[in-house]
Design a binder for this molecule. Sequence first.
Ligand code: ATP
Length: 331
Amino acid sequence: SELVVSFGEMLIDFVPTVAGVSLAEAPAFVKAPGGAPANVAIAVARLGGGAAFVGKLGDDEFGRMLAAILRDNGVDDGGVVFDAGARTALAFVTLRADGEREFMFYRNPSADMLLTHAELNVELIKRAAVFHYGSISLIAEPCRSAHLRAMEIAKEAGALLSYDPNLREALWPSREEARTKILSIWDHADIVKVSEVELEFLTGIDSVEDDVVMKLWRPTMKLLLVTLGDQGCKYYARDFRGAVPSYKVQQVDTTGAGDAFVGALLRRIVQDPSSLQDQKKLEEAIKFANACGAITATKKGAIPSLPTEVEVLKLMEMLEAWKYCDAVMLL
Ligand code: ATP
């Protein structure tokens, strides 16, 4: 199968209608559906791949809206359950004038945190070629146990496990607990992707040199990736390592770029799992993922910016041809 099953949270970000203000100064907010694991599922489906999402939503208008967004984008929502007593998670997010992102979460608890192992769609998880997850679902019970159980089911059924910790410090009781719990499942994943910020958080060292990244390497892994924003990414496999630069684009909003990157990479890996052992194929897959992340960074929001395969291939071709230009205006 080529199915990518993504597990975790789906929620609504409320984003100010004007840029560069604090949450308190924002005059109004617009809804921006998101949640990294949901974004990854939609990224895969946009690229023409099979994708499913597993998680819990509130049995409320927002929860039903999010489930409809999954279906409208071709994502199998057979793993979605609804909680009658808890609300769909909300987050107010702003990019302040000083460039810092400010988050305010409404999870007290929200429905996503209440998924139980008994509610898992086991048959769906067993069909996964890749089972992908983050770390937010590890924070609180009962979702934490459901997450661990789902990983076991997927692994036993032969899926590759893919992990993007997606650190949100504000959601954890302490930095120490975040680090410990994020690393507690480190040895289980076949594919791990971290950002520069997460690399520093987990190693305590502010550097992307190979010896620092290798502190996160495990012999159980097939691929470790460090994304570097407009610089592309570094990759580490068992027998080879390297770096793949991204494409130069006009950056507007990087929300979802990491998820687009992961979705695109997983799409390529399920199409040809030998990419994990073949450096040339892997670099091709990463180029495609970089392009997918780059395109997502040129548009506002996460889900609306996720490209189709034709869009990615067209842009790769165009940007290869124009690589001597300083910056290319997309759209
Ligand atoms: P997120 O902000 O979604 O958590 P992240 O920090 O994991 O994402 P980034 O490093 O911002 O991820 O972006 C992921 C990938 O997308 C990069 O490795 C790169 O390939 C591509 N990308 C992101 N921003 C740009 C940009 N401005 N120009 C070119 N490529 C980009």
